[in-house]
Design a protein around this ligand. Structure first.
Ligand code: BGC
Length: 901
């Protein structure tokens, strides 16, 4: 509840709850390594974060205390204590590292935190949380790798491995530890274990393979039980790029350990070993690219597999290593939204097509009735062609097809197991069925990240653009930040990822997802420092081939850690990545001649409308990476590196100036992309900056307010314009709806971001099908500017984790209001502004334990009562000059109201 006071003619009002009500201080959203109550972590020093809840103003944490015990009652009563931090005077409320006794495999730990604030309040203890350790040593794995002994084949039927076992009464708890070479789905007594898809996830399999831990206590019954685990090709053996397949190995394998603890303290182990058996089940083939073929007439087998069998084939024990097994760090892929067709229609060619109204990644859920042997075939596509027909050319070799054969036993419900498609349209082909027999819905899949951003305005086209950005993020953040979800690619292209990361971190909490991906980047980085174009690396060609070490892509090695550190304030990200960052920077220097990176293969400003000299782009990123390394070294206190790499940076910048800046101050490759990158990465001498920005603005205007940048420069284009005072030009680009622009696809009915500015050309022709994805997040990188400039939620380069931030919205005549929110590590920041005539309202939420510097957009602020502002409990400082008013606020909810004339 808020309480508003109208002050004089008003003006500025706020919730003066600190005066009216007693303040509460609470702790909420406690997390351990970014997760709530995780099971199965292998971090020796997990990090704790929490948020403060208070209805007071200007609240800062002054101290905290964390306690950890191995039992709930111990936590309450002070025994079984593993760590008690004591009361620590500190405002640190995020990423506090565990400091107690060594943690043991399988052990569950309970923890709580309490805090004190700067106003003398003390919170109660937070709700009790827990985390549970996974298996920490190779020796903890007593199960054996099992295989079919070479009987399963790529694109062939999925093997189901099973085992029956007895359980006496008195089960206290049960855990399934499992992983696979391939992807797996486990069932106990016929019930699916967990809600995750495509486990064990995708990592640098040559180096590290994740395992999962599930609490399966409730799935066991007294007496006879059965466990069955089905394997699919997945990323391990399936098709991974173009016509590549089996990039990691030819043979699927399973490693599982079901550990049951009884109340009398005894344990039952059901390990994967030679006592298991296997059969081939109803999944006749499954592949991310091609889809799934499922014969439900064989369902009998799967049912049997959930019972004691004794009739399957013997498994073969394999000698695969267990040394690279790691706990799962990132969020698993889960089901999210479900969609219904908005239309089912016949195309001009007479094909029956369902339109789900939204392009996305996921799969179909099918309900059908019919006779045994009748069939339904579904093909998935993103767009219709210009004649309105079903169009799949841009999928290249990916078939994206589901084929389901009915068993004829009443209503049948089917969802695919080891595949997902990128689609909006589904072509339906029926054999022995009528359309009325079939009910289709769709399930949206993505890595289970929390939505943290909200951005909406009075402009419906802009809202659709934000929607499209978010949906391209959903569609492509599936285990790795992939380029696209539909064609025969779906890879962690490092260049696309780094271009989009700043936007991605507004929309969703991408921290643990990215930390896991950076672990793979590290693992796949070559010993000489070269970083692959794609992570996890899909190796093609020779080691010296074109797949390692290119500008703007491999630079993700320095860009992503630094960006994540800024947004999430977690120093450990930098500590873990530091050697990798340094190796990459050193590698670039070994490939440079006198600090000029003019060798090797480079994409340049990929998919731009006007090509920029690729080597100029390379040199710009070379400088940027050195800068990121210096930043990281400074945070980590590695002063020697700060000194030595500052010398390198000066030389790299000098080489840029020598090679790419003409004597009249212009760039040798005078494109928007070149100017944007040079300005963004600080490569233009101060005396020439004005000239450079003038050139950039002129080029935009000469083109009729059109951009010409590609994946590398687009993320920085509007930010640079705004930085140098050209918000109006940035807005002109934003409102542009001719091609190329962000609103052009929106006007063409896009529901996701396109790979190419002109995926559908103004004359309605589709672009080259070889490269024409309609779900590619890279150009959605404008979202960063939208949140920062329209929403006004902005960090200074030196501020991290939103402990301190700017609120600096920049309104525009075309907008009546904008509502922006960001759930930060400290809590929610919100800005809501609206303009009616000359009346401007701004509402701001500043979370406890943070500080905001509000920079008002108008120089005329008639009616704003500065006296009441000055005396308000939450206001820390006020600075004003003729141009602007800057107010520094502590936590609280504030509303400002004034007239601009
Ligand atoms: C991907 C791009 C990527 C590029 C490199 C494409 O196939 O989809 O987004 O950046 O390859 O050229």
């Amino acid at each position: 509840m808020t309480c508003k006071f109208l002050l004089k003619t008003v003006v500025f009002w706020a919730s003066f709850l600190s005066v009216v009500y007693a303040q509460d201080l609470t702790v909420f959203d406690p997390t351990c390594d970014y997760k709530t109550d995780p099971i199965g972590i292998d971090d020796a020093t997990p990090q704790f974060s929490w948020k403060l809840g208070s209805n007071g103003f200007g609240i800062l944490q002054s101290a905290y205390q964390i306690r950890v015990a191995t039992s709930i009652s111990g936590l309450e009563k002070g025994y079984d204590v593993q760590w008690d931090s004591g009361k620590i005077d500190s405002d640190q409320s995020i990423h506090v590292a565990y400091g107690g006794d060594a943690l043991k495999a399988r052990q569950r730990y309970y923890w709580q935190v309490k805090v004190w604030d700067n106003k003398g309040h003390e919170s109660g203890w937070s709700a009790k949380q827990y985390w549970e350790m996974g298996l920490l040593d190779e020796a903890d794995w007593t199960g054996k790798w099992i295989t079919t002994g070479g009987k399963d084949t790529l694109d062939g039927p999925s093997p189901i491995f099973c085992k029956s076992f007895n359980v006496p009464s008195g089960v206290k708890s049960a855990r399934l530890y499992a992983t696979a070479r391939g992807v797996y789905e486990a069932r106990i007594n016929g019930h699916r274990v967990g809600e995750d898809y495509f486990t064990p996830g995708w990592t640098s399999y040559h180096n590290r393979l994740q395992y999962q831990v599930y609490d399966v206590s409730s799935l066991l019954i007294e007496g006879g039980n059965a466990i069955s685990i089905t394997l699919g090709d997945g990323w391990y053996r399936g098709h991974t790029y173009d016509k590549n397949k089996a990039m990691y190995g030819e043979e699927l394998a399973l490693l599982a350990q079901l550990e049951i603890e009884l109340r009398d303290g005894s344990r039952i182990l059901v390990n994967s070993d030679e006592s298991w058996e296997f059969e081939f089940g109803p999944i006749r083939s499954s592949s991310f690219f091609n889809g799934e073929v499922y014969d439900a007439r064989l369902i009998n087998f799967e049912e049997k597999a959930a019972r004691p069998l004794g009739m399957g084939n013997p498994v073969v024990v394999a000698d695969y290593s267990k040394s690279g097994l790691v706990a799962t760090y990132g969020p698993p892929v889960r089901k999210h939204e479900s969609l219904r067709p908005v239309n089912i229609f016949k195309t001009p060619m007479g094909e029956v097509v369902a339109d789900f109204g939204q392009n996305f990644a996921g799969f179909i859920r099918l309900k059908v009735r019919g006779s045994a042997g009748s069939q339904i075939k579904l093909q998935h596509a993103e767009v219709l062609d210009e004649a309105g027909n079903f169009y799949t050319d841009n999928l290249r070799a990916a078939r994206q097809e589901i084929c389901y054969t009915l068993n004829g036993r009443g209503e049948e419900i089917y969802e695919p197991h080891f595949t997902f498609q990128g689609f909006r349209y589904v072509k339906i082909e029926l054999k022995g069925l009528q359309l009325d027999d079939v009910d289709l819905s769709a399930v949206v899949l993505y890595s289970d990240m929390r939505i943290t951003g909200k951005f909406e305005t009075s402009d419906s086209l802009l809202n659709q653009l934000q929607h499209n950005i978010l949906w391209s993020q959903k569609s492509n953040f599936i285990e790795v930040p992939a380029d696209c979800p539909q064609r025969d690619e779906r890879l962690g292209w490092t260049g696309d990822a780094q271009a989009f990361y700043a936007t991605a971190a507004f929309n969703m909490d991408i921290a643990s997802f990215s930390i896991k991906w950076l672990g793979d980047l590290r693992a796949d980085q070559r010993a000489d420092g070269a970083v692959p174009f794609i992570v996890p690396a899909i190796i093609q060609g020779s080691a010296e081939g074109p797949w390692y070490g290119t500008s703007g892509y491999s630079d993700a090695a320095t860009i992503v850690p630094w960006k994540l550190y800024q947004r999430y304030g977690d120093k450990r990200i930098l500590a873990h990545q530091y050697e990798s960052m340094k190796l990459w920077v050193d590698y670039v220097q070994t490939k440079s001649n006198h600090y000029l990176w003019n060798t090797g293969f480079h994409y340049g400003d990929h998919v731009s409308f006007e090509p920029t000299d690729k080597l100029l782009v390379a040199q710009a990123f070379a400088a940027h990476s050195v800068q990121n390394l210096i930043n990281a070294a400074a945070v980590l206190g590695i002063n020697e590196d700060v000194r030595s790499y500052s010398v390198v940076l000066d030389s790299v910048k000098a080489a840029f100036a020598r090679e790419y800046i003409n004597s009249d101050g212009s760039l040798t490759s005078p494109t928007q992309g070149a100017y944007v990158l040079a300005l963004k990465f600080d490569l233009i001498p101060d005396s020439l900056v004005k000239q450079a920005i003038t050139w950039l603005v002129k080029d935009i205007k000469d083109r009729g307010n059109l951009l010409s940048t590609g994946f590398m420069a687009t993320p920085h284009l509007n930010l640079i314009l705004s930085k140098y005072g050209f918000d109006d030009v940035a807005y002109d680009l934003l409102w542009q709806d001719s091609c190329p622009s962000w609103l052009y696809p929106v006007k063409r009915g896009a529901t996701t971001i396109w790979e190419r500015w002109d995926g559908i050309k103004p004359d309605n022709q589709l672009q080259d099908p070889f490269m024409n994805s309609f779900n590619h997040f890279a150009n959605g990188s404008i979202g960063d500017w939208m949140y920062q400039t329209i929403g006004g939620i902005r960090l200074d380069e030196a501020w991290v984790g939103y402990k301190r931030f700017f609120i600096q919205p920049v309104p525009h005549d075309r907008l009546k209001f904008a509502n922006s929110e960001l759930e930060t590590p400290y809590g929610k920041i919100a800005t809501h502004w609206k303009i009616e005539g000359n009346q401007f309202d701004l509402e701001v939420d500043v979370p406890p334990n943070t500080e905001a510097e509000v920079i008002f957009p108008h120089s005329n602020m008639n009616g704003l009562d500065k006296d009441s502002l000055r005396s308000h409990a939450g206001v820390r400082r006020i600075k004003s000059d003729k141009e602007k008013l800057v107010v520094t606020l502590g936590s609280g909810n504030y509303r400002f109201h004034y007239f601009t004339k």
